[in-house]
Design a protein around this ligand. Structure first.
Ligand code: AMP
Length: 404
């Protein structure tokens, strides 16, 4: 049976999934795996379609020193032990820059263009590109597809794409790109099946995970996002601050003597829920904690989601539905209840029983706007894009033609 491999490579882990292509072209998840502890304590874990364990094994550090080595070990395991030889590989690539408004079949020219965006996403882009390069070198005829977190937002109007800075910087690429696009695209495609009456209307989607952002959808297209130039902006996250006055960054440099890389590490790793609470970056631990600073962090998270809902409702000129997704959005009834309370003025009223059950629809029948919980699936989105590029020579997203 033909299969597609989906790869999501980070600095210390490579996540992968294998999808079988059924006769009717439907995709079925067969394997979900991860090589983590790259360069420290490498470990391969994998499970089957119903979570049944398939592998859990440690490797010596020299065997998995970097991302390409992790990719090679995982690839050998798939090929030698499971006889999986994918017909194509789909990659999550965080940054498509201003040029890519849809997934793209990879060749050396594409890799060179994507390398230009390393400076825009230095913590992610190099790791996303590393397995692409090694697969291109070792399996030059294997089709590879890059799917971007930024692409879904390329439908934004110019006013949503700009900062009020000299135009030259915009031309250089300093723009409000928006991220989590694969998640929002999956939700936009799933909504017609979940709620056909609102799928084409004005919807706010809150992707609340360890990274968090919100997106305003109109007619299934992104019109505004809380994230901007980098994945630091917008909502507070596990370890990132969300919206912050640039004056704070100037203060850190001029008064605290921090270098650019210190500031970068600080903003990506030491802020957000972790920095504010001093307890944890994990919402489950914060919800369970009696520490007043943990409570402040949760209050801040909820407050900023409420503020952002107001901003996105203004961009949409109204609101017809609200959707929760990702780790916190799909699992924390408490956070959902508190957010819906914030949405009261926009017309959201919670059904506490359905919310506690993690039901699909969690608002009351008399709520002016329906509130949904829709689990996201970014990997399936990547697999679908990869398959359609393979079959049709184009991605399944014909709406997004504009290259800004
Ligand atoms: P994600 O990045 O989408 O995988 O989400 C990961 C985050 O979801 C974790 O860091 C947790 O903070 C959060 N999470 C997962 N399950 C729960 C839960 N039951 N209650 C609260 N937060 C949760």
């Amino acid at each position: 049976m033909d299969t597609i491999l989906v790869v999501n490579a980070g600095s210390s882990s490579v996540k992968f999934q294998v999808y079988a292509i059924d006769g009717d072209g439907a995709l079925r998840r067969q394997i979900k795996g991860q090589m983590d502890g790259i360069g420290s304590r490498p470990r391969l874990r994998a499970s089957g379609p119903s979570g049944d364990p398939m592998a859990d094994r440690a490797y010596p550090i020299e065997a998995v020193a970097d991302v390409p080595a992790a990719m090679a070990v995982a690839g050998d395991w798939l090929r030698d032990e499971l006889r999986v030889t994918p017909i194509a590989v789909g990659h999550r690539v965080v940054h498509g820059g201003p040029d890519y408004s849809r997934p793209v079949l990879i060749d050396h020219g594409v890799v060179s263009r994507l390398e230009r965006f390393v400076s825009l996403a230095p913590l992610h882009q190099p790791h996303n590109l590393a397995p692409i390069r090694s697969l291109l070198a070792n399996f030059p005829t294997l089709p590879q597809v890059a799917c971007f977190d930024t692409a879904f937002h390329r439908t934004h109007d110019a006013v949503a794409d700009h900062y009020a800075i000299p135009y030259q910087l915009h031309a250089e690429g300093v723009r409000r790109y928006g991220f989590h696009g694969l998640s929002y695209e999956y939700i936009a495609r799933t909504l017609p099946g979940v709620a056909p009456d609102i799928a084409k209307r004005r919807v706010i989607v809150a992707h609340l995970g360890s990274g968090a952002s919100m997106c305003a959808l109109k007619d299934g297209c992104s019109v505004e996002s809380t994230m901007g130039f980098t994945a630091l902006d917008g909502l507070p996250m596990g370890t990132r601050p969300g919206q912050i006055d640039p004056g704070v960054v100037i203060y850190l440099i001029s008064e605290k003597g921090m270098s650019a890389s210190n500031v970068q590490n600080f903003l990506y790793r030491d802020c957000g829920l972790k920095g504010l609470s001093g307890v944890s970056n994990d919402m489950r631990e914060l919800e369970a904690s009696a520490d007043p600073k943990a409570k402040l962090a949760v209050d801040y998270f909820v407050y900023r989601i409420g503020l952002s809902a107001g901003m996105l409702a203004a961009a949409l000129q109204g609101l017809d539905a609200f959707v929760f997704t990702a780790g916190i959005g799909e699992n924390s009834a408490n956070i959902r209840a508190r957010v819906v309370e914030q949405l009261g003025w926009l017309g959201g009223t919670l059904d506490p029983v359905e919310n506690a059950r993690n039901s699909r629809l969690i608002s009351r029948s008399d709520s002016r706007i329906p509130v949904y919980v829709v689990p996201t699936d970014e990997e399936l989105m990547i697999a679908q894009h990869t398959l359609s590029l393979l079959m049709n020579g184009q991605s399944t997203n014909p709406r997004q033609e504009r290259v800004s």
